[in-house]
Write a protein that binds this ligand. Structure first.
Ligand code: E4P
Length: 284
């Protein structure tokens, strides 16, 4: 049974089914899960293999990822995000092909594409095929606007994942990006849901709850910290004011053609590169 009453949905951010199971035990529920290539590389069984210098073949690593996701699907019926491989050269059609394959892994798969020109193109066509998607590596309000425009007409809710911790890491108030996206989407039709990601601490989680982020993905470390704090919820005295550079709200129209938004962001490029590197490091 659920130990708390929330309007935000809580996902587990990780690729270790044991963590998902333990979260369910602690919280009483798990609303969904997000994975990514780096998290797969941190799965204990994957690490053990790499430490023994037994890297995977390309087929084996996909099989491994599929198994992990299937184990998680036995614990939560909520959306489970699975990320396609992408590097700076990957074309939309390649991402789409992988998405079609991954969508068949489990009934509740959400496919992650990066918010790049090619990733947006892949999303635009994936939506037409009814593939549920989570647009990842979001670092700007304009990227979130592009996601909105590229996925209009989607039959299932689309997720967009602003990466809070990585903005904080370079001195910018990442939670403000989430706040701004929620505000911007108020004029929209509600087909895209912000999913607060790259959560690093309890304050991020509590503030995301306070501002009504519809979805929040939380690493197990922070879930444990939350449990240790009796699943505290933000009250009117909770005031999130980190010593970080503000990210100002921008007036951005949501009704432009999706190709007319500028989705470029250096942190997205860095993120794509890191996911690609971590994935390739698993393969011999
Ligand atoms: C989840 O979807 C994201 O991939 C994850 O939250 C990224 O977290 P990190 O910035 O700590 O790697």
């Amino acid at each position: 049974m659920s130990k708390i009453n929330l309007s935000s949905k809580i996902f587990v951010d990780g690729a270790d089914p044991e963590e998902t199971r333990e979260t369910k035990r602690l919280l009483g529920f798990v609303d969904g899960q997000t994975t990514n290539p780096t998290l797969v590389s941190k799965n204990p069984a994957a690490r053990e293999r790499i430490e023994k210098r037994e890297k995977f073949t390309r087929e084996e690593i996909y099989h491994f990822y599929k198994e992990v996701v299937n184990k998680i699907a036995k614990i939560t019926q909520g959306p489970i995000s699975v990320e396609v491989y992408a590097d700076s050269e990957t074309k939309a059609e390649q991402m789409l092909e992988e998405a079609r394959e991954m969508q068949n892994w489990i009934d509740n798969a959400y496919i992650k594409f990066p918010i790049t020109k090619e990733g947006l193109k892949a999303a635009h066509f994936a939506v037409k095929e009814g593939i549920p998607i989570n647009m990842t590596l979001c670092f700007s309000q304009e990227q979130a606007a592009a996601v909105y425009a590229a996925t209009l007409g989607a039959k299932k809710p689309i997720f967009v994942s602003p990466f809070v911790g990585r903005l904080d890491d370079r001195g910018e108030n990442g939670m403000e990006l989430v706040f701004n996206i929620i505000r911007m989407y108020q004029i929209g039709d509600g087909h895209v849901l912000p999913l607060t990601a790259s959560v690093r601490n309890l304050e991020h989680l509590l503030y995301a709850i306070q501002i009504g982020s519809p979805l929040i993905t939380v690493p197990f470390k922070v879930i444990k910290e939350w449990a240790e704090n009796g699943f505290v919820l933000p009250d009117e005295k909770f005031n999130y004011q980190p010593n970080l550079k503000p990210i100002d709200y921008k007036e951005i129209a949501l009704d432009k053609n999706w190709q007319d938004y500028d989705p470029s962001h250096d942190l997205t490029d860095i993120g794509v590169e890191k996911f690609s590197r971590d994935w390739k490091n698993l393969i011999r």
